[in-house]
Write a protein that binds this ligand. Structure first.
Ligand code: ATP
Ligand code: NCN
Length: 182
């Protein structure tokens, strides 16, 4: 069994995330891709959408992706969680020795500060997602997936431009914007 783990806040999930999953499935030789929404990223102070909402939206977006599992491990912890713990848990669950960890290029700058990073490096091979072919010095030693979609969740939290919201959840996002529960 060969797996890739794609961890993120997904606050909210957008078409860039969907493109990353599609590209990873076609370019990495993997049996499963596990999307793991955070409860709270250890470097962040708050979230916009509730963890259970982010989890449900991800399940809808990737419902028809046979090789994609959505993992509720971090959300159910209800506290900030470390990738080292999640990877250790998933390694056992999927009884695998080959684990890619998919990470945006912007996250590389703080990678050295991650919890137990040296141990984590022995468990996974990091795969770095670049935006529009932008490769920094930092990306040199990593396997690369290039995504040509210039969108971030931060921007969506400001303008909620539905053009960047996956089709499967446009209505749900509209309802959330109207204050309806999801
Ligand atoms: N358009 C994109 N191109 C390349 N990588 C991306 C893109 N959007 C997100 N990523 C990467 O995917 C992972 C999960 O994304 P995350 O949930 O943090 O979304 P984000 O859009 O980067 O959010 P935020 O703006 O809140 O930081 C992160 O490692 C992030 O760097
Ligand atoms: O384990 C850590 O110390 C750690 C520190 C910062 C970020 N992460 C993980 O990096 C992934 C991307 O986070 P984000 O918020 O940028 O989408 C997500 O899985 C986080 O849990 C992990």
């Amino acid at each position: 069994m060969r797996i890739a783990i794609f961890g993120g806040s997904f606050d909210p999930v957008h078409i860039g995330h969907k493109a990353i999953v599609k590209t990873a499935l076609s370019e990495l030789n993997i049996d499963k891709l596990i999307v793991v929404p955070t409860y709270l990223n250890p470097f962040k102070k708050s979230f916009y959408l509730k963890p259970q909402t982010r989890l449900k939206l991800l399940k809808k977006v990737f419902n028809n992706f046979e090789k994609v599992d959505i993992c509720d491990y971090e959300v159910n912890k209800e506290k900030l969680s470390y990738s080292f713990d999640t990877v250790s848990y998933l390694k056992k669950l999927y009884s695998t020795n080959k684990i890619y960890f998919i990470l945006g290029e912007d996250n590389l700058k703080n990678l050295d500060k991650w919890y137990k990073i040296e141990e984590l490096k022995t468990l996974v091979e990091f795969v770095v997602v670049t935006r529009n072919g932008f490769k920094s010095k930092r990306t040199e030693k990593f396997k690369i997936l290039d995504i040509d979609i210039n969108i971030s969740s931060s921007l969506l939290r400001e303008n909620m431009n539905l053009d960047y919201i996956p089709i499967e959840i446009k209505n749900d996002i509209l309802n959330i914007r109207k204050g309806k529960s999801f």
